[in-house]
Design a protein around this ligand. Structure first.
Ligand SMILES: Nc1ncnc2c1ncn2[C@@H]1O[C@H](COP(=O)(O)OP(=O)(O)OP(=O)(O)O)[C@@H](O)[C@H]1O
Ligand code: SF4
Ligand SMILES: [Mg+2]
Length: 351
């Protein structure tokens, strides 16, 4: 199996340098109204995100993990107000940006950017790289026409591409080069916060490592804050300061990565992490895999109480009745589980 050749993590775990809230997210929810049936005759509500609450610390990499369809992208998009929230707050620079209209959002948009999995969805195939980079520079009045050429060269250098690429079209670049251009385009806006939604998933493993290292370099150089949405837990373990685990639209657990991987408190986190190979061969041999029974229920009809109760190996009667409180069960370790430490039905040996 090919493995990622990543540079050793250089960042410290969140400490005093990170104790600065960039975004305060409270009760953020997004429900999509859709129509189903052969002729779209039935209205349906998809509870894609519910009661998502956390603080994003300045300068951190906060990863979001969970099975496909659990609401990771919805969380990222709703946080950036690319999708209007159904409820909740996102406080940024003292303003609740969840309530703003497009006009009011404009000054904030520049500082909150997104990088998607597929560079083609971001890059116009008829624009050269230079034109694609000039657009945000001029739109946000970051550069005058006279300054644009130098700034494009600087942006390309920042992402490790030579200046001559300014004249290339997206189809003339490799996947990794295209993703570097997308990152440069986001950087052109001088952002503070970047949502990276599966930003490396479509790339070859060797290229993934280069882009991860680039993200880390840019973070150090420009003090960026990342919401890193990913399904590869080995990458998440490498890049994150903290990790939030989601299940069916709700946060299940949030913790600094070392605590999460060493002592997961939520039964779903345990099952999810049990599939990650241990770097240490002795630990790998003694590791017990937990296979979750049953399919993920539909977010259009989520289970009552704890949404995980239909698959949870340690569920009790209360679990189908009461939504577990989202609480700091242990210092810096947040969890939504009745059976986690300090909850109403704690397990003797922990969940
Ligand atoms: N525009 C939409 N209209 C209706 N339902 C939607 C819409 N966007 C997402 N959903 C639904 O909301 C739920 C969460 O979707 P989301 O894309 O956030 O999941 P995800 O965790 O990012 O999944 P993946 O890992 O596959 O990218 C899914 O059930 C999805 O089908
Ligand atoms: S609240 Fe109950 S069902 Fe939900 S994760 Fe905890 S033990 Fe399992
Ligand atoms: Mg997604």
């Amino acid at each position: 199996m090919t493995t990622l050749d990543l540079e050793a993590p250089r960042k410290a775990a969140p400490g005093p340098a990170h104790d600065d809230v960039l975004l305060h997210v409270e009760g953020l929810s997004k429900h999509y109204s859709t129509r189903v049936g052969a002729f779209g005759q039935t209205a349906q509500t998809v509870y894609a995100l519910d009661d998502f609450s956390l603080d994003v610390m300045r300068g951190e990499t906060l990863s979001v993990v969970g099975e496909s369809g659990c609401g990771k992208s919805t969380a990222g998009f709703t946080l950036l107000h690319l999708h209007a929230p159904t409820a909740g707050k996102v406080i940024y620079e003292g303003t609740d940006i969840a309530r703003l209209n497009d006009e009011q959002l404009r000054p904030f948009r520049r500082k909150l950017q997104v990088v998607f999995q597929d560079p083609y969805s971001t890059l116009n195939p008829r624009m050269t790289v230079g034109e694609a980079l000039a657009e945000p520079l001029l739109f946000h009045k970051i550069a005058t026409k006279a300054q644009v050429k130098d700034q494009i060269a600087q942006l390309l250098a920042d992402v490790g591409l030579p200046e001559r690429f300014a004249g290339s079209y997206p189809h003339q670049l490799s996947g990794g080069q295209r993703q570097r251009v997308v990152i440069a385009r986001a950087l052109a806006c001088k952002p503070e916060f970047l949502v990276c939604d599966e930003a490396i998933s479509a790339l070859d493993v060797s290229v993934q490592a280069q882009i991860i290292n680039l993200f880390q370099d840019l973070q150090e150089r420009y003090g960026l804050t990342y919401l890193f949405i990913a399904h590869d837990l080995a990458v998440v373990r490498h890049i994150s300061d903290r990790v939030v685990v989601m299940y069916l639209g709700r946060p299940a657990e949030l913790a600094p990565k070392d605590k999460l991987f060493a002592n997961p408190l939520h039964p779903y986190t345990r099952a999810l992490l049990s599939a990650v190979p241990e770097p240490d061969p002795v630990g790998e041999r003694s590791r017990k895999r937990q296979v979750l029974m049953g399919d993920v229920p539909s977010p259009a009809n989520p289970p009552s109480g704890c949404r995980f109760h239909t698959r949870c190996p340690v569920a009790v009667e209360r679990c189908s009745r009461e939504v577990p409180e989202w609480r700091e069960a242990l210092p810096t370790q947040w969890v939504a589980c009745h059976r986690a430490p300090g909850g109403p039905e704690p397990l003797a040996e922990g969940p």
